[in-house]
Design a protein around this ligand. Sequence first.
Ligand code: URP
Ligand code: ZN
Ligand code: ZN
Length: 471
Amino acid sequence: MTILVAGGTVVGPTGAAPADVLIDGETIAAVVSPGSTALGSDLAAGAERVVDATGRYVIPGGVDCHTHMELPFGGTSASDTFETGTRAAAWGGTTTIIDFAVQRQGERVQDGLAAWHAKADGECAIDYAFHQIIGGVDDDSLKAMDELVDEGITSFKLFMAYPGVFYSDDGQILRAMQAAAGNGSLVMMHAENGIAIDVLVRQALARGETEPKHHSYTRPWQTEAEATNRAIMLARLTGAPLYIVHMSARQAVACLAEARGEGFNVYGETCPQYLYLSLEEHLSAPGFEGAKYVCSTPVRSRAEGHQDELWRYLRTNDLSVVSTDHCPFCFKEQKELGLGDFSAIPNGIGGVEHRMDLIYQGVVDGRISLERWVELCSTTPARMFGLHPRKGEIRPGADADVVVYDPQGTTRIGVETHHMNMDHSAYEGTVVQGKVDTVLSRGAVVVAGDAYVGRKGHGRYVRRGQSSYLV
Ligand code: URP
Ligand code: ZN
Ligand code: ZN
């Protein structure tokens, strides 16, 4: 099947220009400028199907490099399956996710990976890949890291938080970084000082401070900045490249920016929740409402100025990627596990469907350029995690993951309209400028206007190569 996406403005990380995109089967065959006499223009004349993109942007499908479908956490499991979560992602213009397979202390890494394949294979609406969480660094798991690199798992997440669950001590982190430096993989770090946080949590609960807002008060910016700095120093010591996930404290990003300025190979991501939500307006909502906004790192105080600074760091490339850290839990029966004890609220916010729209608001508000939107949400995550040039850009030979985005449309976000398996939305009632119009995944139309026309099992597992950012 050949498809012509015609009449739109093709946006990439380095520019935007009118062009038609010709798709042949699963890949992009040509990007044809108006009036071109190149080979592509002949092919275009014979396309079997035309998608009209007049007045719209044509962008590479979103790459969400941080999701947690069906993650067991806090005595329950994230409420989206790979089927429901990837369908919701498609609705929102994301055509590839990278989820986290889990290994815990005492388990074989290979078993953790096999369990994730069992959950995802044959279920996904869009393409998917995995990072591997190493929750127990020891001789066996270090050896397994080398094996996994050969299987297309080229990034490993470690935790400085969650003692007794996923936590690694500094010696374990050092050893895992040495392994990564040796096998060409990328270390992803959850950078919060979990030992200090656990003390603050116990002290708060002993004082009777049980409401959701204390989740943020007991994870103050110092615990993120300290861990970020420590992770950077260990990365510098070992020569391992480092990618810090879900950054929310401006002081932590300042540490990262300083190291980047000195030329070290360190990167950071943030997520829409840290750009839009705050301790004052959301986590401190009356009663137990604030539980909807409990995630780690926490959403932070607007009075402390984190949100505006994160936008600035996105513009200056000190933050390189926006992912979602999609980890949804329903309010009823899941978030409610923490009634009377904020530390028992499962950590996570669902947002895989809304990232492209929410970050597009940065373009609408003049905080970032159109090109930077595409770079943050698609091109850089693809390059960072070894998916480029297959994913992340509209260019001949790439997978035909293409989104037609209508800048004149509007999108209402809320539980009545979203497709994630959640009984609430962190952005309930928000109406944003811009709308996903058509989504193609490897040449198949999966969203057309207001209809989902994809299918479970269309999405394929993608083996990843090395990060383009390794030196
Ligand atoms: O609150 C969060 N972020 N939940 C998911 C697990 C993680 O640390 O990424
Ligand atoms: Zn994390
Ligand atoms: Zn996460």
